[in-house]
Design a binder for this molecule. Sequence first.
Ligand code: MG
Length: 168
Amino acid sequence: MEPMRKVTELEKTARDWLNERGVTIDDMADLVYYLQSKYHDELTMEECRHNVNKVLQKREVQNAILTGIQLDQLAEEKKLAEPLQSTIEVDESLYGVDEIIAFSIVNVYGSIGFTNYGYIDKQKPGILKKLNDKSSGACHTFLDDIVGAIAAAASSRLAHSAAGDEED
Ligand code: MG
């Protein structure tokens, strides 16, 4: 169990929206495990969950989540102006702003997060594969990058704390 602490409205909303879009803490912890189990012999899911929760406590992460999910939803409802509507709806590969938002998350725990992000974005294990399945009719242009970035940031946080860096 995580110790009791005050959760801001912003954090609560970011967590709720992730859930509503079908992404759980365990989904993201699975990605952290996927990225880090080969480097840490006794890595547990509990540690993975803990690091995901720590990342979700950061304001810049919460803001990235809300911004990305909002744009995905507006695109699903066809409420964006053209040409942005089509660009986001079809997840146009040269758009790139979804990745920029993801970088604001990866940035939080330093440069090894970038390596992890690039790797997981290519492999697309677990929840990332699900989010990339276009047949559902849902738009996850931003969310897939955000979820990969949260896992990458949690992985670098885990690596830093395993190396004895102080908890923030
Ligand atoms: Mg994307």
